[in-house]
Ligand binder design. Sequence first.
Ligand code: SF4
Length: 367
Amino acid sequence: MLDSSNAASSTLPPRYKTKQILVGNVAIGGDAPISVQSMTFTKTKDIQATKEQLDRLALAGADIVRVAVSDLKDAHALKDLRAISPLPLVADIHFRYEYALIAAESVDCIRINPGNIGSKEKIKAVAEACNARNLPIRIGVNGGSLEKQFDEKYGATPKGMVESALYNIKLLEDFGFTNLKVSLKASDVERTMAAYRMLRPLVEYPFHLGVTEAGTMFHSTIKSSMALGGLLMEGIGDTMRCSITGELEQEIALARAILRYSGRQKQGITIISCPTCGRIQADLVSMVKEVEKRLSHITTPLQVSVMGCAVNALGEAKHADIAIAFGHKSGMIIKEGEVLRKLPESKLLESFVAEVEQMAQERSGTE
Ligand code: SF4
């Protein structure tokens, strides 16, 4: 079913109406904002190192963080970690149901595929442990590690991924457990999109979007923008992770940008900058990077334009909240379509940043 209340832009189709679940204090699905997740890459039992990454992610604007539980020491570290974590924690567990039972005592969500943990008694025990604390479970289907029966019948296809998801969902539903979210990750755009699209009309559970092993910043930006951005624009997706072989902060920045450019969330600065040409009057590449860096803390939605000369500046500025346009060793700041002031180049950046910060404060009252 589609929910017309969620579209951030009138030209977008509404988001699919999904069941709402809670991961800690973060609502996922229903009319909740689409949340952004990431995953630490420390050994979870190294509490200090993991805490540092959790803090970095909180500062970067993540909503939820997943940690790997690879052995008993990781599982037992979760209690202490949860006590000091600034964000809700998801325990990522494969095969070992006993780790899930330990994790269920302290974390906010468990990612485990019940089809991988063996007998019905073990699945029941995990469902009961999660139910006792109202913890959701993420069923995380991965195209590269389908259960044997689906891999043999369908291979790593969208159909195989969807059948695996339905099978895992049913294993939990058989015990009355419906506090679920689902992911269907493949390492390429086409299968990822096809799998999510195929499953969407079949279940009401919220979807965690992601492309698995998406690669470096360059490759992940393209894959995640196409797959996650495309799905979001179709109304599919309730929470997301952009996987990047790189820095944690990059994952969050990319996810937030995809949300912004797909029209599903209005948050933060959108920068419009010209491609430069022979008329350029300044080192625009460095200047845009600096503007982007200096304004990255702002969450108020603002359109900011940075132009290399005055030729298109006034026209572009009409579509921006605030703009900067360079002249010969000078430039002007244009606010809401009107020239605010002209300054020598050496004073332009500081003045512009201060002006944008003030504008954000005026509009939100909170920056
Ligand atoms: S704004 Fe000026 S420098 Fe930039 S592309 Fe247009 S004409 Fe060239």
